[in-house]
Design a protein around this ligand. Structure first.
Ligand code: HEC
Ligand code: HEC
Length: 497
């Protein structure tokens, strides 16, 4: 069947049975099979993933961040090169759904409707252009791709959602709505700026955003601005054995290095259990299926079997929103605006996003910067290497040496980066270490200067590092104090990732 016809059938006319077990077919959704490594294999993995100690030459396989799936064509997030051909069609269909522009119901097409009532964008790709990080706020228009999370920490939450939603506006401010439904307002940003001194007489200017919402929010409502992260390699992050991540956690800082690291435990709607959180700036989603379903619901206002309410983030207080027509269709076996099979395809697409080959890694300045990265203590959180779980059903992601530069744990990053809104299992000050792979290509993918950190406040990689506080204060101070040419080399190394 041609792709377009298959998408139509998936979204509106499919009669194929999708029982609870098969409802999310397409991607691999379970926690990766516990590594079950033999002692011998565990020792080999430990040896190969230990951070480097010499920096005179690149390490073996360092040029291939996504293992055998690394794309050689230099594109940002091309599909994993080792994907079995049989998976290719699901990935193509998933990409089409990721890029699809949804419209409000009712329409005659049925296949593409159900957007809203409240929404922030009309497609996934609208906020994740080229699978790269979202556009920074340009100071004049809407918050491009960025979203404002809302909550009431002073009210009791629900199981799995410790923070209560805003009683009027829900969990996120949607600045767009379908005709006849009022949107929730607009967000503008004000900036405060301060100059910080660095060694060698250099300085940096750090700006911090303050969200200005019109009409004004209730004073008790806490907010958190979030920039869309880049998506390359997310499937490989999902394939890291949970045991290997938990082995890095040191919540009581038993080793006394000032860096603790804590696992986030979150409710996972796809498995119905509590699982290790991996995705989102506060590790609020355990799997790509959970993350995609939550994006469908909150960002686009589309229901899935995992978040079945067609009104998405509308609250009981929003009558026009609750009364709006939906795109749900009794002809669908699971009845949702986005079927379980379509969600599975989007998940399969995300799971297959790779990373291109690294370049310039034998450049002497890059090697100097890499040594500085290790010496400054960055690897305490930005763990260079992992080996993914063995998974015979998913050969492209199985047992690969990958180079993501994250531990996927939560760290207290200090008051400078904190906001007042806790996450599912993170305080306002805790953030999940973001992967650094691909970060050097962020501006090229976006087509204009990219911005960094959870709210896009950093206009350069150096600014991002200088905002580090809390557990990362020592590493940040070492960067501020290092010789200017070493600092320049460190940035050059980050740009080479
Ligand atoms: C309105 C903008 C917007 C839209 C539309 C959107 N996203 Fe996102 N996406 C974000 C933001 C912001 C985050 C970070 C969320 C957080 O930290 O809580 C994010 C995070 C993610 C992540 C986690 C990445 C990581 O490394 O942690 C994935 C995966 C993702 N989005 C996939 C999707 C998919 C699939 C869709 C469409 C169904 C989608 N997004 C639609 C803004 C958007
Ligand atoms: C204690 C853990 C920790 C240490 C140590 C640490 N980082 Fe980070 N890093 C984080 C976390 C968490 C964030 C996200 C913070 C946020 O967005 O508010 C981050 C964000 C970043 C970013 C921005 C990423 C993005 O996607 O926007 C860069 C670049 C970065 N770190 C580089 C470094 C460098 C270089 C060092 C060493 C000098 C370092 N980090 C040390 C935890 C750490």
């Amino acid at each position: 069947m041609p792709a377009a016809a298959r998408i139509r059938s998936l979204l509106a006319l499919s009669l194929c049975a999708l029982g609870p077990a098969g409802a999310l077919g397409g991607g691999s959704l379970a926690d990766p099979i516990p590594s079950a490594r033999s002692a011998d294999e565990a020792a080999r993995v430990a040896a190969v993933t230990t951070p480097a100690t010499t920096f005179t030459a690149p390490e073996p396989f360092e040029a291939r961040p996504a293992g055998a799936g690394t794309a050689m064509n230099g594109r940002y997030a091309a599909p994993l090169a080792n994907l079995p051909p049989a998976r290719g069609m699901d990935v193509v269909l998933g990409e089409a759904l990721f890029e699809k522009l949804w419209v409000p119901a009712p329409t005659t097409t049925r296949a593409s409707d159900g957007l809203g009532p409240l929404f922030n964008a009309r497609s996934c790709a609208g906020c994740h252009p080229g699978d790269g990080r979202g556009a920074p706020f340009d100071g004049t228009t809407r918050v491009n791709g960025m979203v404002l999370k809302l909550g009431r920490p002073d009210l009791a939450g629900l199981p799995g959602h410790p923070v209560a939603p805003d009683p009027l506006l829900g969990r996120q401010l949607q600045d767009r709505a379908m005709p006849g439904v009022p949107n929730e307002g607009a967000v503008g940003l004000d900036w405060t700026e301060e100059v910080v001194p660095l060694s060698g007489g250099e300085t940096a200017s750090l700006r911090r955003p303050v969200a200005r919402v019109t009409p004004a929010l209730a004073p008790e409502t806490a907010t958190s601005l979030r920039l869309p992260p880049q998506l390359g390699g997310v499937g490989l992050l999902e394939a890291i054995p949970a045991t290997d991540i938990l082995a890095l956690a040191d919540p009581e800082d038993a080793d006394g290095d000032g860096v603790s690291g804590r696992a986030a435990w979150v409710h996972s709607p796809s498995s119905g259990t509590t699982r290790l959180g991996r995705f989102g700036w506060k590790a609020e989603a355990a799997s790509l299926a959970d993350m995609a379903a939550s994006a469908f619901s909150t960002d686009l206002g589309l229901s899935t079997p995992l978040y079945p309410d067609p009104a998405g983030d509308c609250t009981a207080a929003q009558a026009a929103c609750q009364a709006a027509p939906t795109g749900e269709d009794a002809g669908l076996r699971d009845g949702r605006e986005v079927s379980g099979e379509a969600l599975g395809l989007v998940t399969a697409y995300l799971a297959a996003l790779g990373q291109p080959t690294r370049e310039r890694l034998d450049d002497p300045q890059v090697l100097t910067g890499k040594a500085a990265f290790h010496a400054a203590g960055c690897t305490a959180c930005h763990r260079p290497k992992f080996v993914t779980a063995r998974d015979g059903a998913d050969p492209a992601r199985s047992f690969q040496l990958i180079w993501p530069y994250t531990d996927l744990l939560l760290h207290d990053m200090g008051p400078g980066l904190a906001d007042a809104l806790p996450g599912a299992d993170a305080t306002g000050a805790e953030w999940r270490t973001p992967a650094l792979w691909g970060i050097g290509r962020a501006s090229a993918v976006l087509g204009r200067p990219a911005s960094y950190l959870h709210d896009g406040r950093a206009r350069s990689l150096l600014e991002a590092v200088l905002w580090h506080g809390g557990e990362a204060q020592g590493a940040r101070d070492r960067v501020a104090a290092m010789a200017p040419e070493t600092r320049a080399a460190l940035i050059r190394f980050l740009e080479s990732l």
